[in-house]
Design a protein around this ligand. Structure first.
Ligand code: C5P
Length: 319
């Protein structure tokens, strides 16, 4: 059935984690040179887009987020979705508008790329709604202007990102017969972390030793828990833990609860632990939360071989 005439799209926009985040130096433009292995995970927001005659209206509907983060971070996230829509219409020259409703499940200011995922979802959703007028290259250009995490999330699967974030090399996971998910436990402290401040605290002596990137990639594809846990690294973790000791408490609780590997997500504040199976992830989550505050935000998720999904009807949950 050709569903392209149906007048509304629903987009599932997955959060991301960086299994490797190597900061390689400060650039003259103030950004940092990165080399990062980024993978989408099954924690998703849902973005519903309806065409309208003109104007762009963005609404958020928080669903089970840590309460302080709801208040602190919604506005810039709304802006990123708004800017994505403005970028799309501006680039295409379409005399049209849209109404966007974002059901937020990904905590904001949390290192999980929630706002960037929504922006990528808006670009892909609008492109589907208006019958694919823009090439992927043009969408990628708009994405790069929105933020460093938008291009990797636009690609739709695990990727290497480099440069400021705008250079993306896909890891072809979706059609790889070896693909196995990794199970994750996510803990969030309930407050947003300013990305700029964490990057500002990075100093060259925190540069990590060279590593076997190819091995990390094949361990991710094959869901090789032991191998991948040996590759986990994040250049920003030390400064983030020093500035926000609560994050180290979350990481400690995950380790004590038996997570096989633990790492800060992006510039924080979510911390994730890796488990060998879903049942183990359930146990690790329960035991880690028991060591902390029972109301701490926690979720189980898994790595995904694909990313943003656009449908002209309802979408099924991914976990
Ligand atoms: O690109 P984006 O707007 O998401 O970045 C937010 C902030 O994170 C930037 O203003 C910058 O301070 C920092 N950043 C950086 N180097 C990168 C990506 C982000 O310094 N590669």
């Amino acid at each position: 059935m050709d569903t392209r005439n149906v007048n509304c799209v629903t987009v599932q926009t997955p959060a991301k984690i960086n299994l490797i985040l190597d900061v390689q130096g400060k650039r003259p433009d103030g950004y940092h040179e990165l080399r990062s292995l980024v993978t989408p995970i099954s924690l998703c927001d849902t973005v519903r887009i309806e065409p309208t005659g003109n104007g762009i209206d963005v609404r958020m509907q928080p669903a089970g987020l840590p309460s302080r983060a709801e208040v602190a971070g919604i506005e810039p996230q709304e802006n990123l979705a708004m800017r994505a829509a403005e970028g799309f219409f501006g680039c295409h020259g379409l005399a049209a508008g849209c109404r966007i409703l974002i059901r937020k499940r990904i905590p904001v200011g949390a290192g999980l790329g929630g706002g960037s995922a929504d922006a990528a979802g808006v670009l892909l959703g609008l492109n589907a709604l208006f019958k694919t007028p823009l090439s992927h290259e043009r969408l990628a250009l708009i994405a790069a202007g929105l933020g460093s995490d938008v291009p990797p999330l636009l690609w739709g699967g695990p990727v290497w990102m480099s440069g400021r974030g705008e250079r993306v090399t896909p890891v072809s996971a979706k059609h790889d017969a070896r693909w196995q998910p990794l199970w994750l436990v996510l803990l969030n402290p309930g407050f947003s972390i300013p990305t700029t401040d964490i990057y500002r605290r990075w100093i060259p002596s925190l540069t990590l030793a060279a590593q076997n990137y190819k091995k990390a990639e094949s361990d991710l594809i094959a869901g090789n828990v032991h191998g991948l846990c040996g590759c986990l690294r994040n250049s920003l973790q030390k400064v983030a833990f020093a500035k926000y000791p609560a994050l180290e408490l979350l990481a400690g609780a995950l380790r004590e609860a038996g997570a096989r590997g633990v790492l800060l997500a992006g510039s924080g504040g979510t911390v994730f632990g890796i488990a060998a199976t879903r049942a183990e992830a359930v146990r690790v989550r329960r035991d880690a939360v028991a060591r902390l505050d029972p109301v701490v935000w926690s979720r189980i998720a898994k790595t995904m071989p694909d990313g943003v999904m656009v449908a002209h009807g309802p979408l099924e949950a991914r976990v």
